[in-house]
Ligand binder design. Structure first.
Ligand code: FES
Length: 102
């Protein structure tokens, strides 16, 4: 049996559970709009991809056992960015407007 990793899959991922079986988790929308965040040059940000973090839009470790991992973004310059809040963007970690069709 062959399984393929699809890192940019927008909705569903397969993963092993602690019970040793495959399971699927979907990202959940933290909100249906982007988060405006001022980022600093050279700093790394861990964008929550699962939607379960209490520190939106950043990771707090709540993705544990979901099969979903945060996306690392390192700011090249100090500026304002718009991180996706709906977790359905195809341009992770940034908003691409997908939320308007949810
Ligand atoms: S908030 Fe997810 S695409 Fe805009």
């Amino acid at each position: 049996m062959k399984f393929e990793c699809v890192p940019d899959a927008p909705r569903t991922l397969l993963h092993w559970t602690n019970e040793g079986r495959f399971a699927m988790d979907d990202p959940v929308a933290a909100q249906k709009s982007p988060y405006e965040v001022d980022v600093s040059a050279g700093k790394k940000y861990f964008w929550c991809a699962c939607g379960r973090s209490a520190r939106q839009p950043l990771c707090d470790g709540s993705h544990k056992d979901t099969g979903i991992a945060p996306v690392v973004f390192e700011a090249e310059e100090t500026k304002t960015v718009y991180f996706c809040g709906c977790k359905a963007t195809r341009k992770k970690p940034f908003c691409d407007g997908t939320h308007s069709s949810l």
